[in-house]
Design a protein around this ligand. Structure first.
Ligand SMILES: Nc1nc2c(c(=O)[nH]1)N[C@@H](CN(C=O)c1ccc(C(=O)N[C@@H](CCC(=O)O)C(=O)O)cc1)CN2
Length: 287
């Protein structure tokens, strides 16, 4: 068996089209504020991509580039200011942050109605309570990707490997809301393969290259690889790989590529979250 490829680009285009249509129906352009601290090369590239795609989708976007040594009170003051600004609809602080800035304090300082990352404790609670709200972009993007390719979730066994607040935990909550039977495993789970072999739908966000090998996958399962690792090949050439070993393609029924799978969904979903936040703030929806 060779797994069907669940490519992110067409599914992301569908989300971007929806974001563009819904943004155009609003009386003002939704305004996204992207806050970046320091010069981490990956963060620079992700924020640049978010800013560019936001503009292409007809949104306004402003990048706030803060120095690596910015003090916590200064960052919180910016978040307070944007939270109170009626013309700011979405606020995102790019992760990772330098060690002196605790993510929990930063995430709690954003108005939950503008928290387009879905990391504010109120939005985390809403997700787990099954209430409408803003949810994390990668987790929503994974569900949208599976939906785009007609992968059923209701009544199926879904196993999530990884328990991060960005992906593992929220995707487990969303799978549960979609009526899947959900198991969360992680790097300390004994005999991980025994757990993952139970999955009809396997989501891997453990941050360890090639953790999941072919013998750990049920034949025909849908496998979503959230890992992104820059490895150096035998000739010294760098290449990107995921948490899933390439040999899994011989066993799985469907598999997301790395790169080009979940990654593009994260940014597209961010823009849709921003439009959703603007709609709510303008009294156009319940969320
Ligand atoms: N505040 C946040 N910070 C971070 C988040 C987040 O959702 N909110 N997620 C990640 C980084 N991220 C977006 O911010 C992100 C990661 C990967 C991709 C992507 O398109 N990846 C490509 C490969 C690109 C490459 O590295 O060459 C792919 O998978 O095809 C987009 C966004 C951590 N921080």
């Amino acid at each position: 068996m060779t797994a069907a490829v669940l490519a992110g680009a067409p599914a992301a285009q569908a989300l971007l089209g929806e974001a563009r249509r819904r943004a155009a129906a609003l009386p003002v352009r939704p305004h996204l504020h992207l806050i970046r601290v320091g010069q981490d090369p990956a963060s620079l590239s992700y924020v640049r991509g978010k800013d560019r795609q936001a503009r292409e989708a007809g949104l306004r976007s402003t990048v706030h580039a803060l120095p690596e040594d910015v003090a916590l009170p200064a960052l919180l003051a910016l978040l307070d200011h944007l939270s109170a600004d009626p013309e700011a609809h979405g606020i995102l602080v790019q992760l990772p942050l330098p060690p002196h800035l605790p993510p929990a304090a930063v995430q709690a300082a954003t108005d939950p109605r503008k928290d387009v990352d879905g990391f504010h404790p109120l939005n985390v609670g809403r997700l787990w309570a099954g209430q409408p709200g803003l949810a994390p972009c990668t987790a929503l993007g994974i569900l949208a990707l599976l939906r785009h390719y007609g992968q059923p979730l209701s009544g199926r066994s879904a196993v999530v490997v990884g328990r991060s607040p960005i992906v593992g935990r929220p995707v487990a909550g969303l799978l549960l809301a979609a009526d899947a039977t959900v198991t969360v495993a992680h790097l300390r789970t004994p005999d991980l393969g025994r757990v993952t072999r139970d999955a009809d739908v396997l989501i891997v966000a453990a941050g360890q290259p090639h953790l999941i090998t072919a013998d750990m996958v049920r034949p025909g399962a849908a496998v979503v690889d959230v890992g992104i690792h820059r490895l150096t090949g035998p000739g010294g050439a760098p290449h990107l790989t995921g948490d899933v070993h390439p040999g899994v393609a011989q066993v799985a029924g469907a598999l997301t590529p790395v790169p080009g799978g979940v990654g593009p969904m994260t940014v597209a979903q961010l823009l849709l979250n921003t439009v959703q936040a603007a709609e709510a703030q303008l009294g156009r929806s319940a969320a």
